[in-house]
Write a protein that binds this ligand. Structure first.
Ligand SMILES: C[S@@+](CC[C@H](N)C(=O)[O-])C[C@H]1O[C@@H](n2cnc3c(N)ncnc32)[C@H](O)[C@@H]1O
Length: 382
């Protein structure tokens, strides 16, 4: 049967499975990255300010910039451009000298690096490259570069993805067994604690690796999905509407329940699927930086981003089916590889179809304006 052929236990590590959907069709990440793009636009002034205030490296022939968790598409390319343009402007002004630039696009090995490489900018003229690009496959929870290699490291909308699902969450006998839910918002205390512990270990591992790789005076800029400090981790998403409308909550759980009720999967298959994401608070991020040491935090803030533009919302109110389709494409773009690893391609598509139906049926929700929370950190390697 299809399910048995495909079902994998990937609780031990997601490195080989997790990625955003490649290519450029309707279900690809490249076409469904508006929310990360809004987050980047919002944090752009902070990134520019961070690059403007970092020290210049005199005598370095080339500067090295990495985007960790780059995926594919416009967001990573425009971010690398922004960092390089800002640095280039500073070197021209202050040093009358322009170093060469190397850009490292890093993501898990399953990322669609081919699509990314095809969209790289061409030569400025026949001789000169805007920057020298390279792909670096691997998990940012491990070392990716030699010591003291990087001058700037950015990671955008990526660090809320955990390295693994905590084992206790998948253990039927454990109090932390996450029955009937695909994610942790509103889950039992024990489930959320297990995720929080994993998140804590992961963030410390990330920072320890970057502490080795970034040169003294270099910049680390992180933007990740996060939650407001006042909220307990059981509430990952803030206000009740934003919680109910988030693609990982109600419609997702209903879609799994539909597959179960239709006899397409059994309960265990539903209950062993979990989404490996955790929204940290400012306090949790600050604690990890202090425990790791080696960085001076220059900025650490929480920001709230409206889910869609007013125009988009009005368009969807007129056509709820297209809303369901857009939401399902977003879920396909972000979750397809891990859902397929669990269910196989055919049943995964059935799940996404149920999700689409559930999302477009929830007309009341369409009228609500919802928000995503993000945490932005800018730190200098001491
Ligand atoms: C939502 S996308 C963000 C992509 C891009 N930075 C942007 O802003 O559009 C998250 C990316 O993080 C990557 N990612 C998740 N966990 C990772 C890990 N442990 N190591 C490296 N990349 C990871 C995913 O593969 C995915 O490409």
């Amino acid at each position: 049967m299809e399910l048995n052929e495909w079902q994998q236990t990937w609780s031990g590590g997601l490195d080989r499975i997790l990625c955003m959907q490649g290519g450029d069709d309707d279900g690809s990440y490249a076409r469904n990255s508006d929310a990360p793009a809004s987050a980047i636009s919002l944090s752009k002034p902070l990134l520019i300010a961070a690059i403007q205030s970092m020290r210049l490296f005199h005598g370095e022939a080339s500067l090295r910039i990495a985007d960790l968790g780059c995926a594919t598409g416009f967001n990573t390319l425009s971010t690398i451009d922004l960092v390089i343009d800002t640095l280039r402007g500073r070197y021209n002004k202050d040093c009358a000298f322009e170093p060469e630039f190397e850009a490292f696009f890093s993501d898990l090995p399953s990322n669609d690096f081919n699509s990314l490489f095809r969209s790289l900018p061409p030569f400025i003229d026949n001789k000169k490259k805007r920057y020298y690009a390279a792909g670096v496959p691997g998990s940012f929870y491990h070392r990716l570069f030699p010591k003291g290699k990087l001058h700037v490291a950015v990671s955008l909308s990526a660090l809320h993805w955990l390295s693994r699902i905590p084992e206790v969450v998948l253990d039927k006998r454990s109090l932390a067994w996450n029955k009937g839910r695909a994610w942790i918002d509103g889950a039992k205390k024990e489930v959320v604690e297990a995720y929080a512990k994993q998140s804590d270990e992961d963030l410390r591992a990330f920072l320890q690796c970057r502490r080795e790789e970034i040169v003294e005076g270099g910049t680390l800029f992180i933007l990740m999905a996060g939650r407001q400090g006042l909220e307990q981790p059981e509430n990952q998403l803030g206000d009740p509407d934003s919680r109910a409308k988030h693609p990982f909550t109600s419609s997702m759980d209903q879609a799994w329940e539909d597959l179960l009720n239709e006899g397409l999967i059994d309960e265990e298959t539903r209950d062993t699927f979990n989404i490996p994401a955790y929204m940290r608070s400012i306090e949790e991020v600050e604690k990890a930086f202090h425990q790791c040491g080696g960085f001076e935090i220059q900025r650490l803030e929480y920001q709230r981003i409206v889910e869609h533009s007013k125009e988009k919302q009005e368009e969807w109110i007129r056509d709820p089916v297209s809303y369901g389709r857009a939401k399902a494409n977003l879920v396909r773009a972000t979750l397809r590889p891990i859902v397929e690893a669990h269910l196989g391609p055919k049943l995964s598509e059935e799940l996404f179809k149920r999700f689409e139906k559930r999302a477009s049926a929830d007309i009341e929700m369409l009228h609500k304006t919802c928000f995503y929370g993000v945490i932005v950190v800018c730190a200098i390697r001491k």
